[in-house]
Design a protein around this ligand. Structure first.
Ligand SMILES: [Zn+2]
Length: 254
């Protein structure tokens, strides 16, 4: 069901987006004017950060409201009169179109995750237990020109089945119930990428056994987080590496 939000909640969402933008900037997940954050106000209204401003220094009144075509629909205020929606809004809108269950989208440029994508190192190489349970697999798209329709096409096949995506040589896209939920997934990706890099620097390490992945997927299902394509995708990655025989992923989609 699309989420309907009252104006009082819009006020709270504006403050939450500003808070997330500040954290994203201070933690180096986006620099200068990079990154963008949006939240769903109603079935056809999206609140978004404007283009060209540092996400660490936003004011709530600078955010703008767009429709599902990306056209600005909010009246111009003194704070945002000359501001336009983020140029990456088509990517956000694609996520909202495909995912009626989400309330927010965060796009960031986490440096370690980007470096790994350029080096061709998948985050699946060093999957941590908590990521399997709470985030699932994090696919990496083909390279696409930022702020173009290529980006929309790049995420199109992934966003229905994943809450977190790495955009090759560019950044990340995460979705969630609200801006804070989506932002935490961005943080988890970068944290995981740093650990993957450290493991490489230490000479590498063994993959998690398929039998252990299976137990974590059971937890994911019990928490209602399982996506329909999860078992097949995990099987493709971990099953081939299991030194103890055939994978037994029997968990049905939940
Ligand atoms: Zn970007």
């Amino acid at each position: 069901m699309p989420i309907y939000v009252t104006s009082a909640t819009e006020h709270a969402l504006r403050r939450e987006i500003v808070r997330v933008g500040k954290l994203m900037y201070e933690r180096g997940l986006a620099v200068a004017t990079e990154g963008n954050i949006s939240a769903r106000l109603s079935a056809d209204r999206i609140l978004t950060t404007p283009s060209g401003l540092c996400k660490g220094m936003l004011e709530p009144d600078q955010l703008v409201v767009v429709n599902l075509e990306g056209e600005r629909v909010s009246p111009a205020s003194g704070a945002n009169r000359h501001l336009q929606p983020t140029s990456e809004i088509p990517m956000h809108l694609e996520a909202y179109r495909q995912r009626a269950d989400i309330g927010a989208v965060v796009h960031a440029h986490p440096p370690t995750a980007i470096a790994l994508s350029i080096a061709g190192i998948s985050l699946d190489e060093c999957m941590l237990p908590e990521i399997i349970v709470f985030l699932g697999l994090v696919p990496t798209t083909a390279y696409a020109t930022p702020s173009s329709t290529e980006n929309v096409r790049a995420i199109r096949e992934f966003i229905s089945g994943h809450d977190a995506i790495v955009l090759q040589r560019h950044g990340t896209l995460t979705v969630g119930r609200d801006p804070w939920d989506a932002f935490m997934k961005t943080e988890i990706i970068e944290h995981s990428a740093r650990i993957a890099l450290m493991v490489r620097q230490l000479g590498g390490g063994p993959p998690l056994a398929a039998t252990e992945v299976e137990k974590l997927l059971a937890q994911r299902q019990a928490m209602g987080l399982m996506k329909p394509n999860d078992p097949a995708e995990f099987r493709a990655i971990y099953g081939a590496r299991d030194p103890n025989g055939q994978p037994t992923f029997t968990t049905s989609p939940g």
